[in-house]
Ligand binder design. Structure first.
Ligand code: AMP
Length: 414
């Protein structure tokens, strides 16, 4: 029955069965965020293109290659959001959240869009869950958000998770280091890939991410930012580590860790999952103390992360069983249809999951369907107004009190 239409390249349908694992993940995350005081925020699926150019950074892969950008009818350039932090900072400023008690702790989830080469774990429309703590420069905030992601992955039961931690220092301190790195890259120019060579001026840090052998060899001997941190940045980083130690969250320090977004300062981190293939990063984030100012607001320190819902689901590779039904109302005679519909509604209002046949099946077919749905009880409405209650597990059937059918099914608890 396939038609010529298919979901666009790099996108996918979430079907009811796999949708249950996704719903469980979202429910676990929502509860965890609520317990930690990260209130939900939602921003639009698209924003002014300029927000991402400024926020994410013009030199990044995301802005240079991966954005779905279009013009609206008023010739304004808009972009489907490739990430959530810049929009949330935009909303923070637009709604004067800097006047609220700081930090403002927010959580979000939803679809994001990047024009990447599709493969397992990499899509053009994917979903992220994330948190932001905006308005605190304390290492306590860094540690809190990192612990939160660690707990989320732990509660979900994601196997083989490893936390990598790095620090990029403050923007000022980084400038000096970047010059040193550029010098080093220029000196080794011949061994670098063409792409890295072309970006020495624009974005030298990305050389740490390259996967060609020549560049990797060069980068193995490159100066590292974690070894060049100023006193305050080093102290900040040490405290984040001490807090994670105290919380019992294991990590490794990775001096070559970089992230594909320009706004990070100081702490950065990734959670990798060793059961995933090439796309092993399951979540990551860091501190972005310069972003809000960059967007035209007051200097406002902040830290947050995002994790990929599809990658978590791939790593979990689990099937969540359907919920079954508390009751199925079977119509033994046409004349009982109205009663069946009214009763099903009553049962649902009483808090039960209940279904009625919508396909005009005969009684035998209805019982079969009830079984397929995992109904625990079936109420059979007979032609003469009497009713039978059938326990689907034991197969036992007994007459039910037609005046008290809801009570019969709820065990009188409604
Ligand atoms: P980022 O916003 O790049 O820091 O990504 C945060 C998380 O989103 C990553 O760790 C991935 O789990 C997920 N992610 C990023 N890009 C994609 C994509 N194209 N497809 C699926 N998941 C993605």
């Amino acid at each position: 029955m396939a038609s010529k239409f298919q979901a666009p390249r790099g996108t996918f349908d979430v079907l009811p069965g796999p949708g249950r694992a996704r719903a469980r993940l979202e429910a676990v995350a929502a509860q965890l965020f609520a317990r930690a005081g990260y209130e939900p925020i939602q921003t639009p699926a698209f924003e002014d293109t300029d927000l991402f150019e400024r926020g994410v950074g013009k030199s990044t892969d995301i802005v240079q290659k991966e954005m779905f950008t279009f013009e609206d009818k008023g010739e304004r350039s808009l972009t489907l959001r490739p990430e959530g932090t810049a929009p949330i900072c935009r909303a923070y400023l637009e709604h004067g959240m800097h006047k609220m008690a700081q930090p403002v702790k927010l959580s979000y989830g939803g679809p994001f869009f990047r024009h990447e080469r599709p493969q397992a774990g990499r899509y053009r429309q994917f979903h992220q869950l994330g948190v932001e703590a905006i308005g605190s420069d304390s290492p306590l905030a860094d540690a809190e958000v990192i612990v939160l992601l660690s707990d989320l992955l732990g509660e979900l039961g994601v196997p083989g998770v490893q936390l990598k931690l790095g620090s990029l220092g403050s923007l000022e301190a980084r400038r000096e280091y970047l010059e040193e790195l550029r010098g080093y890259l220029r000196k080794n120019k011949r061994k670098l890939s063409k792409e890295v060579r072309e970006r020495i001026d624009l974005n030298p840090l990305r050389a740490f991410d390259a996967d060609d052998e020549g560049t990797r060899e060069v980068m193995a001997g490159a100066p590292l930012l974690v070894d060049r941190l100023g006193d305050e940045d080093a102290e900040h980083f040490a405290e984040v580590r001490a807090l994670l130690d105290a919380a019992g969250v294991g990590y490794t320090i990775d001096g070559s860790l970089v992230r594909g977004i320009d706004y990070y300062t100081r702490t950065i981190f990734t959670f990798d999952c060793d059961v995933l293939g090439a796309q092993s990063e399951i979540g990551g984030g860091g501190r972005y103390d310069g972003l809000i100012e960059q967007l035209g607001g007051p200097a406002t320190p902040a830290v947050g992360w995002a994790c990929g819902v599809e990658r978590i689901l791939l790593a979990l590779d689990e099937e969540v069983e359907g919920p079954g039904r508390d009751a199925f109302v079977a119509i033994a005679a046409e004349g009982q249809r109205q009663r069946a519909v009214a009763l099903t509604r009553e049962l649902r209002r009483a808090g039960l999951s209940a279904e009625v046949d919508l396909a005009g099946r005969g009684l035998k077919g209805q019982l079969k369907h009830a079984d397929r749905l995992g109904a625990r009880q079936v109420l059979i409405l007979e032609e003469d107004g009497s009713a039978q209650l059938r326990d689907m597990q034991s197969g036992e059937q007994r007459p039910a009190d037609p005046g008290n059918l809801v009570d019969e099914l709820t065990g009188g608890e409604s």
